[in-house]
Design a protein around this ligand. Structure first.
Ligand code: VGL
Ligand code: ZN
Length: 234
């Protein structure tokens, strides 16, 4: 007789099955919570990969071209992992205070709606990604995407535990972005191989400032972050 169905199980067998189910649920739950970050969302912020920061643009950054291919691979990896992907855009009005003619340090750049302000044409932008435009207020310095309240809505929430940062330019918008994420008590990993500096020979000054803020970075990543987004330490 093949009487293995539930209906013929005695209460003892039911109890044994229930305990087995309970145990495997607990094991599953332990796995999820024991892994630290895995119950929190990871965000990947890609800063200012805009035409004006590439050769031929208003403020070209050395080696910006070499960013695109490895950055796209990391973005695809983040998309497959279900991370929150955020692109920022420097997005100035013509009368922005950071422009030389208005007393600032920079040639006019990333003017709202122009080709120079557009994201690089070969940058891979997943359909679910968010875009945060900042530097819109003429009198603010325009280095931090947190000038736009949308950035806090996306990052300053308990669901986000860890933020990866990549893009342009190390000394300005990358540093300001990393610092402000740290100020919100999130773990920050700056993906050094996916970041370009405006002045590469002075990049170490900025990296040591960020070390002091406990901003972690490639290639000195702690073990648990090695291989993040498929990025290999160089
Ligand atoms: C940036 C200079 C001026 C940047 C923006 O994205 O780092 N740098 N505006
Ligand atoms: Zn700017």
């Amino acid at each position: 007789m093949q009487e293995n169905s539930n209906s013929t199980m005695g209460y003892k067998e039911h109890a044994v099955k229930d305990v087995e189910n309970l145990k495997s649920n607990i094991r599953g739950a332990t796995r999820i919570h024991g892994a630290g970050q895995s119950d929190k969302k990871i965000a990947f912020v890609i800063v200012d990969v805009q035409n004006d920061f590439f050769s031929g643009g208003a403020l070209p950054v050395p080696e910006a071209e070499t960013l695109i291919e490895p950055l796209n691979a990391a973005i695809k990896n983040a998309e497959q992992s279900g991370h929150l992907i955020i692109f920022t855009q420097d997005w100035h009005p013509v009368n922005h205070s950071s422009f030389e003619e208005n007393g600032g340090d920079w040639k006019p750049h990333c003017i709202q709606g122009t080709n120079g302000a557009a994201l690089h044409s070969r940058l891979y932008c997943p359909s679910g990604a968010k875009i945060v435009r900042f530097g819109v207020e003429p009198e603010m310095d325009g280095y931090s995407p947190f000038e736009n309240p949308l950035m806090d809505q996306l990052i300053d929430t308990p669901e986000v535990g860890l933020v990866y940062v990549a893009g342009i330019a190390l000394e300005y918008c990358i540093f300001a972005t990393c610092k402000q994420i740290r100020d919100r008590n999130k773990e920050v990993v700056a993906l050094e191989s996916l970041i370009r500096a405006a002045s590469p020979d002075k990049a170490n000054e900025t990296w040591s400032k960020s070390d002091n803020l406990s901003i972690k970075r490639l290639p000195n990543l702690p073990e648990e972050h090695k291989g993040v987004l498929g990025v290999i330490a160089q």
